[in-house]
Design a protein. Structure first.
Length: 177
């Protein structure tokens, strides 16, 4: 009986070759960027971030910008990164911003963000937002494209999403020839 199961296993193995399993692995394209290049590109994003206003106030900027790159946990996972900053604006409390990025298709992509100020808590997920206003004690939800058209959202994420990124996807400059 043991011999029968062994022969059956061999027949199954021959009928369904390992190449099918390997083809799934071979379709994965590993990161072609070096660690140094990923760090440099993240540093470029942070440098651009330091030049934009967080809100419409003239004195409203990101400060103390830090980042961290998290290597993939396995061969099929993506690199991820976090960017954190304090927000320099007229406020009675320390305002902060935290953003999460993933390396997808060899570009950093802005996945989500959180911004905390003395007047509101902002939560972003891709191109959607949710704001809890301290003044009105209510939650406002919407899409970034409409908020951008209306000019109704005072948030760093909006500028980050459209101006530093291209709809949340890292802008990569073409090489100079």
């Amino acid at each position: 009986m043991k011999h029968f199961f062994l022969v059956l296993l061999v027949l199954i193995y021959l009928a369904f070759p390992v190449q099918a399993a390997n083809s799934a692995v071979n379709t994965y394209i590993p990161n072609q960027e070096s660690d140094q290049e990923l760090v440099q590109r993240l540093e470029n994003i942070k440098a651009a971030m330091a030049k934009i206003r967080f809100c419409y106030n003239e004195n409203c900027f990101y400060r103390n910008i830090t980042s961290r790159i998290i290597p993939p946990s396995n061969a099929l996972a993506n690199y991820s990164a976090t960017i954190s900053a304090t927000i320099d604006r007229p406020s009675t409390v320390l305002d902060t911003a935290d953003y999460t990025l993933n390396l997808i298709n060899h570009r950093w992509q802005l996945i989500k963000g959180e911004e905390y100020t003395d007047v509101a808590e902002y939560l972003f997920n891709g191109d959607r937002y949710e704001i809890f206003s301290v003044h009105s004690s209510r939650t406002i939800r919407g899409k970034l494209d409409q908020a951008r058209k209306d000019g109704s959202l005072k948030s760093g994420y909006l500028t980050f999403y459209y101006d530093i990124f291209d709809n949340g996807i890292e802008k990569i400059k073409a090489p100079k020839i």
